[in-house]
Design a protein around this ligand. Structure first.
Ligand code: ATP
Ligand code: MG
Length: 413
C-alpha cells in the first residue's frame, strides 16, 4: 500500500500581494518542474491556491530530498488523500501514526478544516470523532491542545479529505530568479560557491565569473571551478560561467614594487572587469564569498578600499558567517569536496608574505595610475572572456555553439 498520495508544498515568505505573488508562485512552480524533470512521472498540480506534487510511480521518499532544493519553499508535508468520510479519515490517520512506530509518548491534536460544508459533522464534532479512536488504538498518544508535537491536519473537501501531520523543512528564501540578476565572483575556494548558493536561495539569478591566470594556474584549477559552477547549475537549472584571462593584469602589478598591496590591486581589477561583464549581462550587483576578518583582504579597511573600484553594490552573503558554518553549508550543498581539491587559484600564487590589512586608498590609486597600460589590459581581459553555459544534469555548452543548439538546451530548463 502506498503510504502517501501527494506532497503539499508551502511557500512562506511569499506574503507579497497582487502581481508579485503571482509572479513568485509561477517562478516557484517552474523551479519545482525543473527539479522534477528527471522524474517524468511526477506531476505538479496547483489546486485551492496550493502546490501539490503527485509522485505518480515515484515514491514520495525519493522526491522529498529533491524538492528540498526548491527555493522559496518553507516546508512540505506528505499527504494522504481519502474519500471524505469519517471512517476513511480515521483509517488514514491511523496508518500515518502507525508508520511513525512510536516508542515513547507523543503529544498530539487533530485540526479539522471543513471546507466542504455538506460533510455531516461540524468541526467541533469531527475533531473528537477522529481523535478518540486514535487515542484508543495508540496508548502512547496524549492530547495536548496548546503545543503538541504532532498536529494532525485534516482538510475536508467535497472530492477528498487530506490527512497529514509531518512537516519537513524546505530551503526557504525566495523563488529562483525573482529578485533579479547578480554576478558571482567564483573562485575555487570554499566560500564563494556557498555565497552563490545563498544568492540563488534568496531569489537571485546568478551568473558566475572566474579569473584564471594560465599558466600560473592550471587547466585543472579551471576545471574545478567549472565543476563548482555545475553544482550551482544543479540547483538553478542553468548557470553561465564567464572565464576571464587574468594573467596579463595580474603580472602587470608584480613589477610595481608594491608586494603588500598585490591582493588589493588584484581584487580591484577583478571588480573592474566583473563590473564590465555585469553591465553587459545586465546584472545589478556583484556577489563575493568574503567573510569579515577571514584573511588580510577581508578586513574592514581592505574591503573599504577594494570595493571603491566598482559602483555596483557588492553582496556578501557570508560576511558575518563563521567558517565552521560556511563549511557545514558547503558540505550540505555538495561543493566542499570539490573546493578542497588542491589546485591553486590565481591569488594564492601571488600572495605576498605580509599582505596589508590596512591598505591606503591614496597609494593604491597612485600605483594603479602608473601601472603601465592597466586600463587597456582590463579592457582586453574583459573582451577575452570565454563563456560556458552549464545545465542541470551535466550538459555544457560553449557560447560559440549555435544559437539553435542553445535554444534546444534552454528548453530543458
Ligand atoms: P573562497 O573560498 O571563495 O576562495 P577565500 O576565503 O579564499 O574565499 P579570497 O581568496 O580572499 O577568499 O577571495 C575572496 C573572494 O574574492 C572570493 O570569495 C571570491 O568571491 C573572490 N575571488 C577570489 N579569487 C577569485 C578568482 N580567481 N575568480 C573569481 N573570484 C575570485
Ligand atoms: Mg580563495
Amino acid at each position: 500500500m502506498k503510504k502517501y498520495d501527494y506532497l503539499l508544498l508551502r511557500f512562506g515568505e511569499l506574503t507579497l500581494k497582487g502581481r508579485n505573488r503571482a509572479r513568485f508562485e509561477k517562478a516557484a512552480v517552474e523551479h519545482v518542474r525543473a527539479l522534477l524533470r528527471p522524474y517524468p512521472d511526477a506531476k505538479v498540480r496547483r489546486e485551492f491556491g496550493r502546490v501539490y506534487v503527485d509522485p505518480g510511480s515515484e515514491s514520495v521518499e525519493t522526491l522529498i530530498p529533491v524538492l528540498q532544493n526548491v527555493f522559496g519553499m518553507t516546508s512540505m508535508s506528505p499527504v494522504r488523500a481519502v474519500r471524505p468520510e469519517l471512517d476513511e479519515i480515521v483509517r488514514a490517520a491511523g496508518e500515518l501514526i502507525e508508520a511513525m512506530e512510536l516508542t515513547e509518548e507523543l503529544t498530539f491534536k487533530t485540526n479539522v478544516r471543513r471546507v466542504w460544508k455538506d460533510f455531516p459533522h461540524p468541526t467541533h464534532e469531527a475533531n473528537p470523532l477522529i481523535a478518540s479512536p486514535l487515542l484508543k488504538r495508540f496508548p502512547l498518544l496524549k492530547v495536548d491542545m496548546h503545543d503538541p508535537k504532532l498536529e494532525l491536519r485534516i482538510e475536508i473537501r467535497d472530492k477528498a479529505a487530506y490527512v497529514y501531520g509531518e512537516v519537513i523543512p524546505g530551503a526557504g528564501g525566495f523563488p529562483l530568479g525573482t529578485n533579479g540578476k547578480a554576478l558571482l565572483l567564483l573562485s575555487g575556494g570554499i566560500d564563494s560557491p556557498v555565497a552563490g548558493w545563498s544568492a540563488l536561495r534568496r531569489g537571485l539569478e546568478v551568473e558566475c565569473i572566474h579569473f584564471h591566470s594560465y599558466p600560473f594556474t592550471s587547466e585543472k584549477a579551471k576545471e574545478k571551478v567549472i565543476d563548482l559552477a555545475q553544482v550551482l547549475a544543479e540547483y538553478a537549472g542553468k548557470v553561465r560561467l564567464h572565464i576571464v584571462p587574468f594573467t596579463e593584469v595580474q603580472t602587470s602589478f608584480t613589477q610595481m614594487g608594491q608586494d603588500n598591496l598585490m591582493i588589493t590591486l588584484m581584487r580591484r581589477s577583478m571588480l573592474r572587469i566583473a563590473t564590465k561583464i555585469a553591465e553587459r549581462e545586465k546584472a545589478l550587483a556583484l556577489v563575493t564569498g568574503e567573510s569579515l576578518g577571514q584573511v588580510a583582504s577581508q578586513t574592514l579597511p581592505s574591503m573599504n578600499v577594494i570595493e571603491r573600484a566598482t559602483e555596483l553594490p557588492i553582496l556578501r552573503p557570508l560576511v558575518m558567517t563563521d567558517k565552521d558554518e560556511i563549511i557545514r553549508i558547503s558540505r550540505q550543498i555538495g561543493t566542499y569536496d570539490i573546493s578542497i581539491l588542491p589546485y591553486e587559484d590565481c591569488c594564492t600564487l601571488f600572495v605576498p608574505k605580509s599582505p596589508t590589512t590596512n591598505p591606503n586608498l591614496r597609494i593604491v590609486n597612485k600605483v594603479e595610475a602608473v601601472t603601465p597600460n592597466l586600463e587597456r589590459l582590463i579592457e582586453e581581459a574583459a573582451d577575452g572572456t570565454e563563456t560556458i553555459e552549464l545545465f542541470a544534469g551535466g550538459s555544457r555548452l560553449r557560447r560559440e555553439e549555435t544559437d539553435q543548439e542553445a535554444d534546444i538546451k534552454q528548453e530543458w530548463f
